[in-house]
Design a protein. Sequence first.
Length: 443
Amino acid sequence: MSSSSSSSASSSSSSLTLPGDPPGGRRAVMVWSVGVSVYFVAVIFRTSLGVAGLDAADRFHVNASALSTFSILQLLVYAGMQIPVGLMVDRLGTKKVLTFGVVLFTIGQLGFAFSPTYGTALASRALLGCGDAMTFISVLRLGSRWFPARRGPMVAQLAGLVGMAGNLVSTLVLARLLHGVGWTAAFAGSSVAGVVVLVLMLAFLKDHPEGHEPEPFPHRGAAYVRRQIAASWREPGTRLGLWVHFTTQFPAMVFLLLWGLPFLVEAQGLSRATAGELLTLVVLSNMLIGLVYGQIVARHHGARLPLALGTVLSTAVVWAATLAYPAEHAPMWLLVVLCVVLGACGPASMIGFDFARPANPPERQGTASGITNMGGFVASMTTLFAVGVLLDATGGSYTVAFSAVFVLQALGLSQILRLRRLAVRRERERLVASRVETVHVPA
């Protein structure tokens, strides 16, 4: 079948509403907007430390290694919760899981505001990470319950853009609030947003429209969960998705979550205001490139790997040029290019899901997505820790510390190159088998 005829068939089928599909409409938009507002606030809280790293070091009298532990623990909890949260959403429904999430991340943000010691602040960030972990998967599930299947990719893309808007708020609003009213007032004041979305959610959120109740989720025990994970992992597409996510996401996440502001201020001699503007540029670049990557992958499936590899290589080249620049400080134009290129990391990491999704049947989609989503967070945790340790060991050399980025990129790139042919071949075989079944099995 030619690509044009395949595209035509896909287009015509996507214009139909499948039996049992949710109706969508204004009510769906309203309910989904309430749910996605929870994710928006969660991202603000998640990234709030990125603009407060230097203040946190002064407040709790900690070195770079201890400072990095805040984000490492938060990401460790987030990554570890991915598969359990997927099972919770299936068992309990979106509203209950999002309620748990809002309560946890709001208490975590409030606790961080009033924490008198490093230990209590660390516990608060762990609590925040646990609540944050319950949001994105829940919002994706909410979209699939309220909108027709053909709208799924668009709804997921919009959810990601709303998340990046939350990142934008933390770099623009929270940064100014922090330096205007101080630590406690800024973090305690921001926690009010959690209370607001909790009230909205309890008042307006519903798991699904009337007449579209899901099938009861059977309790199948731990053995079933283990089989699901093992079966997903055996698929080369799942593993390729994990390594694509691992290799592409972490440079920007490390930069935004913690080390970007200290690097720009301490190593590059910029003011905090200018550094904040560059962090904002990363977020804006992410949002714009996300739209472009989404359109390219939707129309040209074969572009997935070139886009991912191109992002990895361009990130490595620009980072190397910035760190190795012969003058004491890199010029502003190079820092701008670095931030624009880092903006491509998030959209490129989403390509990992485009490898894992076709490799697994519907009943394993949540498990496969959870495995894939862990890749970038594991890489981010490792790099956050490595940068902190190397900064302490070298007396603050960001050139040496950020060289850890290249080590993880090399590891991930080797795994992508090792798995790509097998994963693509298996995906092609599955597509051919699906077409044969469609042709020969009567409707």
